[in-house]
Design a protein around this ligand. Structure first.
Ligand code: NDP
Ligand code: MG
Length: 388
């Protein structure tokens, strides 16, 4: 029987890569739901090769669309969540960008489906709740973020629990270092939007591309790894590896380090997540070692303060990771709108994190409230800066 798949954020970079994988695997998968956010055209274009899929546009102001290729039947966020529940999907790929991906992830798990998770904000904001919801319905979470997909597979192969809980010494999360890996702080002050959008090894959506240039992406991924693999963030070390061939490593207590390598092609981890724990021939990401040179460096926390701030947020725990994420989303949005400079991004996030974030019971409401307030405080900071 074919696995029924929902693709959330189908019109984005992860979504389009997922459709590419699915196009070549129609004997194994049936696409039952496709979602986009802003406009009908791109979503209808996605639907062309997958007739019969429910089409949902989550943007509240998105216009209904109906062309020869399909009909968009669900409009707005609530309708998207309802579509996830009614779609009958066995697995959903969540390629929605930002904090908006959290509620759809929870809807997938509550529906008893497996989650192929690209949306890192889901684990950053609410890992304990997400794990709880998954356990309640016995839903599985398969990481799609390339580093986490690598770690998932490495842990599965080398830490199956038979050696005791402390087999794992540390996770070595690789980072390309982004386009400004060797740039001085002085020069970073003058970085333009176009320069920050030019990632050296990966082609991705705009938000994550900016995050890669500040290394906030790696900061989010440290928190994501801690949440996915139930380790403290200080067990997750960042190793800069400019070629993006080693997708991550694990060091075991006997000193052995295991690594996962492939070409930087998101279709590979998407393929793996869609097939779950089965090892199925994959047409993507085959590595040729001829002339291949791999380099590794220490991350520079001084030039990339977003990395240090992520560890600080992870150490504080509770809603702090959600605050880090919310403030960063607001800061990046203002950089993308030319309202903030590149080096304002860490300034804004530090300012917001330095506020008092009271620790009450950790609930979905407290997380969403912290996310909301973090954006407001970031907005106030940006507005004040613009007045000057
Ligand atoms: P894109 O910006 O390319 O795509 C985002 C998708 O989400 C689009 O389909 C967009 O719809 C939809 N969307 C945007 N806002 C909302 C919203 N408020 N509610 C519901 N849907 C929304 O992002 P990426 O594909 O680059 O990234 C997606 C996620 O995957 C992020 O969390 C990112 O960190 C993670 N990730 C991405 C990687 C990559 O290679 N791109 C690698 C690893 C992780 P529309 O097009 O209509 O606006
Ligand atoms: Mg990644």
């Amino acid at each position: 029987m074919r696995k029924r798949v929902a693709v959330l954020g189908a019109t984005g970079s992860i979504g389009l890569n997922t459709l590419d994988v699915l196009r070549g695997a129609q004997d194994d998968f049936e696409v039952v739901l496709l979602s986009g956010h802003t406009s009908a055209g791109p979503l209808l274009a996605c639907a062309r090769d997958f007739p019969g899929a429910i089409l949902a546009l989550s943007g509240e102001t998105a216009k209904p669309g109906n062309t020869g290729t399909g009909t968009i039947s669900h409009h707005g966020t609530a309708a998207l969540l309802a579509a996830i529940t009614s779609s009958g999907a066995d697995i959903a790929v969540n390629g929605i960008s930002g904090a908006a991906g959290l509620a759809p992830s929870l809807a997938v798990l509550d529906a008893g489906a497996d989650l192929a998770l690209a949306n890192k904000e889901t684990m950053v904001m609410a890992a304990p709740l997400v794990r709880e919801r998954a356990a309640a319905k016995k839903s599985r979470i398969f990481p799609v973020d390339s580093e986490h997909a690598a770690i998932y597979n490495l842990l599965r192969s080398h830490c199956d629990g038979s050696h005791g809980d402390d087999t794992l010494e540390e996770i070595l999360l690789t980072a390309s270092g982004g386009p400004f890996r060797t740039l001085s702080l002085e020069k970073m002050a003058a970085v333009t939007l176009a320069e920050a959008l030019a990632h050296p090894t990966w082609s991705m959506g705009p938000k994550i591309t900016i995050d890669s240039s500040t290394m906030a992406n790696k900061g989010l991924e440290v928190i994501e790894a801690a949440g996915l693999f139930s380790v403290s963030a200080d067990k997750v070390k960042v190793v800069v590896h400019p070629q993006s061939i080693v997708h991550s490593m694990i060091r075991l207590r006997d000193g052995a380090v295991y690594a996962q390598l492939s070409k930087p092609d998101m279709r590979l981890p998407i393929h793996q997540a869609l097939y779950g724990d089965a090892c199925v021939p994959c047409p993507f990401g085959r590595l040729d070692f001829d002339g291949l040179t791999l380099g590794f460096e220490k991350p520079d926390f001084r030039r990339f303060p977003m990395l240090a701030l992520a560890y600080r947020a992870a150490e504080k725990g509770g809603v702090y990771p959600a605050v880090y994420n919310g403030a960063n989303e607001a800061a990046v949005a203002s950089f993308l709108n030319n309202a903030a400079a590149f080096l304002d991004i860490p300034r804004i996030v530090e300012y917001v994190l330095n506020r008092e974030w009271k620790e009450g019971k950790f609930t979905l409401e407290s997380v969403l409230d912290a996310d909301h307030r973090a954006r407001i405080i970031a907005g106030e900071y940006i507005a004040k800066k613009l007045e000057k």
